[in-house]
Ligand binder design. Structure first.
Ligand SMILES: Nc1ncnc2c1ncn2[C@@H]1O[C@H](COP(=O)(O)OP(=O)(O)O)[C@@H](O)[C@H]1O
Ligand SMILES: [Mg+2]
Length: 254
């Protein structure tokens, strides 16, 4: 079943002397439970597209359909996982995780029940009463993911969440992310410029062209999980994506 559909999404940005056409008509169909990784050259509009799907920005043309119906603005069914830097340093881990539930008016007991489930899933139970500045970057990232998951969205939107992590933490989170996806059956849209990350995580990889961007190719990646970055079977997919990306990167002129 199609969960989310982008139909001909076009986006311009006004700059001093010209209008920059960032998105040139993005068409994407995301099935329920898909893990779609979006890759593309830097500046091609991946973040812009994700923000439009989240409803944080409006397209100039086109529309986003959720369960077949057009959506505008943000909604509880599409939740963006912000970078760990967006956590509240004055709140304990548990209060960060419960923040959205509290805003939604969920009573304390119910909040606590839900948050403990996700703290446990993220192996954060022991740190429930810590402050986020006491955690490593990888742990903070897990808090950020838990904070989004407690809202039980159908679609989880992630914009380069692992970009700032060291290699070992990233490897751990790559495995954890796959387990979370399998356990929660969420539909995930995950932006990354890292091709190896995309083939490890994605059930599908959508490759953006250079600006004004369109999706130039979609690739299904069917391979056992949890996948590891060094899995040799994934190399051929990586090569294929890189060969699609190479001419796009050359075209980039800022
Ligand atoms: N608010 C904005 N105002 C003007 N230009 C913007 C704005 N946001 C993004 N852009 C431009 O749109 C293009 C796409 O940006 P972005 O979506 O951040 O790319 P990516 O995430 O793929 O690196 C870039 O050229 C960027 O400079
Ligand atoms: Mg970006």
């Amino acid at each position: 079943m199609t969960k989310l559909e982008a139909k001909n999404i076009v986006k311009y940005f006004k700059h001093e002397k010209y209008n920059l056409k960032a998105l040139g008509g993005i068409n994407l169909q995301v099935e329920d439970g898909d893990f779609v990784c979006l890759v593309g050259p830097s500046g091609c509009g991946k973040s812009t597209f994700l923000r439009i799907v989240a409803g944080l920005e409006n397209p100039d043309e086109g529309e986003i359909l959720f369960d077949g119906k057009p959506v505008s603005g943000t909604g509880p069914e599409r939740i963006m996982v912000f970078q760990e830097g967006a956590l509240f340093p004055w709140l304990k881990v548990i209060d960060n995780v419960e923040f959205g539930l509290k805003m939604a008016g969920i009573p304390k007991e119910k909040r606590s029940q839900i948050s403990h489930r996700y703290l446990d899933m993220m192996q954060l139970t022991k740190f429930a009463d810590s402050y986020t500045y006491q955690l490593s970057t990888g742990m903070k990232q897990r808090v950020a993911i838990a904070r989004a998951l407690v809202m039980d969205p159908d679609v989880l939107l992630m914009d380069e969440p692992f970009a700032a992590l060291d290699a070992q933490t990233r490897d751990l989170l790559l495995v954890e992310m796959q387990l979370i996806w399998e356990r929660t059956k969420k539909t995930i849209l995950f932006v990354t410029h890292n091709v190896s990350e995309a083939v490890v995580l994605g059930s599908k990889v959508a490759i953006f062209s250079n600006r004004p961007s369109t999706i130039k190719k979609e690739l299904a990646i069917d391979y056992r999980r949890p996948r590891l970055a060094e899995d040799e079977q994934l190399m051929k997919h990586q090569q294929e994506i890189l060969s699609e990306l190479r001419p796009e990167v050359k075209k980039t002129k800022e």
